[in-house]
Design a protein around this ligand. Structure first.
Ligand code: G6Q
Length: 546
């Protein structure tokens, strides 16, 4: 039987937060603001060019003090030092967690198992830069002598979501004469649609896979090779000019037929969902060039340094993590909505879903005991203002508490008439409406008939953070991603869980491997599943062969 780990909820700060939480639950943001005129300017924090307004949270200065105390009592400082110092804090996989080394400046020293890893990080970055320059300039030629105009990244999970998000986010900075596509799903439609208008002679595939054994990626990679060979007259030598690999597994890369000279390496101390700035970012660098890529790494590093050194009550990722934990554990909130008011960040919520939920969706603590409290919330979202015309109804007037993160930029990358003012007015209006709502009296005063009044009341008291950044650049993108990475870390450290493993994805993979031959079997396989699964398999077998 699994025992429960209660050490967190027994801490004095936790108990104080429970008591404090009961008081705050009875308060409305209207009165918190009315009683404290400086609140909107004081409850803010700024670091590395990112401004965080956390005043519209259901919290006071005491809340922040108590949450910071909880983080201290939970050993957050030591956990941060352990991560940055290369200790094997991913205990279930016995690995260091060193995505921060991927963005360390040349000349820094970070030692893992007795070796400074920074020089090899920069050696790979240099190799990527050389390759990207040669492809972008047309020096790298396809098998038939033409230049590469299309890049298709094949990967899934951490080897896909970061590259897709970064490409979309940095499209403004991208080489517009090249086409970038991303294939992840094992559904053949994904590959078919990605390549249907591409000329194989001009197409480069990047097979991105840390392990180089992932079923979806390897299936797509083999299909890509067949597609290429079919298109180029079957000459196997063409693979060398049209396939490169990003992996930690050189032997599997060779087995696939990619020369390891065309392999870009990373290491087991880089988790998949923390890898977009490693060689997994090769498609990003091909799109935006190495200078922009290095600027993104600089942004990451600046946020790393802020997280490592800023006092917790002014530390952006710590504050964001503490508020997420506050709502998850003391308000019973199930979800967090991430609402970027920038079209280029349209894939940012999807990216964050993996980062947050694969990291902190855990029900046991580091010592294998059941947590006595809820852990990671469900993250979701869409770019504003589209969400406003869809699910915001539930955030404003539904029965559930949904803390929101609004993300907005001072300056647009596409200045068109009044668009940006209208966009920004919506950000500020939404957080204002969520916090302050509209009372029955206000609704009545507008002449609303009595029967309609309850429908038009906005209770308000819905919390939000507003993150304001100057402009979406490669550098600010790096800062934003690192902000959420370290917020996730803060939460996981306090919950005492392993934010860097992902055992929850294993069982389905194993069962699928068992079922594949049962679907492909031309005879009558003996099925040993439950009655539902057996029936579904039989039904599929009968109907797919008609
Ligand atoms: C991320 C996970 C997972 C992983 C994919 C792809 O943290 O580990 O999403 O990125 O399963 O794995 P490969 O890169 O090994 O193909």
């Amino acid at each position: 039987m699994t025992t429960t780990n209660t050490s967190l909820i027994e801490r004095s700060s936790w108990k104080a937060l429970e008591e404090h939480g009961r008081q705050i639950q009875g308060k409305h943001l209207r009165s918190l603001f009315a009683d404290d005129p400086q609140r909107g300017t004081r409850m803010t924090a700024e670091g590395v060019g990112i401004f965080l307004d956390y005043s519209k949270n259901r919290a006071t200065d005491d809340t922040v003090r108590l949450l910071v105390r909880l983080s201290e009592e939970s050993g957050l400082r030591a956990r941060i030092d352990a991560m940055f110092g290369g200790e094997k804090i991913n205990v279930t996989e016995k690995r260091a967690v060193l995505h921060t080394a991927l963005r360390a400046p040349r000349g820094a020293s970070i030692v893992v198992d007795g070796e400074n890893v920074v020089p090899k990080v920069h050696a790979v970055l240099d190799k990527m830069a050389g390759f990207c320059t040669s492809v972008r300039s047309g020096v790298w030629k396809g098998h038939t002598g033409g230049r590469i105009r299309n890049v298709v990244n094949i990967g899934i999970g951490g080897s896909d979501l970061g590259p897709v998000m970064a490409y979309e986010a940095l499209r403004h900075y991208s080489e517009r004469n090249m086409t970038f596509r991303f294939v992840s799903n094992v559904d053949g439609t994904d590959f078919a649609e990605a390549v249907r208008d591409l000329n194989p002679a001009e197409t480069l595939f990047i097979v991105s896979s840390k392990t180089f054994t992932t079923l979806e990626t390897m299936t797509n990679a083999h299909t890509a090779r067949e597609w290429l060979l079919r298109g180029l007259g079957g000459d196997a030598a063409s693979v060398a000019k049209h396939f490169v690999a990003v992996s930690t597994n050189a032997s599997e890369v060779s087995k696939f037929g990619i020369d390891t000279a065309n392999m870009f390496e990373f290491w087991d101390w880089v988790g998949g969902r923390y890898s977009m700035e490693s060689a997994i970012g090769l498609s990003t660098m091909l799109a935006v060039g190495s200078d922009h890529f290095m600027a993104m790494l600089k942004g990451f590093h600046e946020m790393d340094e802020h997280f490592r050194t800023a006092p917790f009550d002014r530390n952006l990722p710590v504050l964001m993590g503490l508020f997420a934990l506050w709502y998850a554990n003391f308000f019973g909130a199930q979800t967090v909505a991430v609402l970027p008011y920038d079209q280029y960040l349209k894939r940012f919520p999807a990216y964050l879903q993996q980062l947050t939920m694969e990291s902190n969706g855990k029900h046991v603590t580091l010592d294998g005991k059941q947590t006595a409290y809820d852990t990671g919330a469900i993250y979701w979202g869409e770019p504003g203002t589209n969400g406003q015309h869809s699910f915001y109804q539930l955030i404003h007037q539904g029965t559930r508490l949904i803390p929101c993160d609004f993300i907005a930029f001072q300056r647009s990358l596409n200045t068109l008439g009044r668009h940006h003012e209208i966009l920004m007015a919506n950000v500020f209006a939404q957080s204002e409406a969520l916090a302050f709502g509209k009372t029955a009296d206000q609704v009545k005063q507008e002449g609303t008939p009595e029967w309609l009044v309850p429908h038009r009341v906005f209770e308000g008291n819905r919390p939000s953070n507003t993150i304001l950044v100057d402009r979406l650049t490669p550098e600010t993108l790096g800062k934003l991603v690192a902000l959420y990475e370290h917020s996730v870390f803060t939460q996981g450290a306090i919950w005492g869980i392993d934010s860097f493993d992902q055992w929850g994805v294993e069982l389905g993979k194993v069962l699928a491997q068992r079922i594949i031959p049962e679907l492909e079997n031309s005879g009558e396989p003996k099925l040993g599943h439950d009655s539902s699964t057996n029936n579904l398999i039989r039904r599929y077998r009968v109907r797919s062969r008609g």
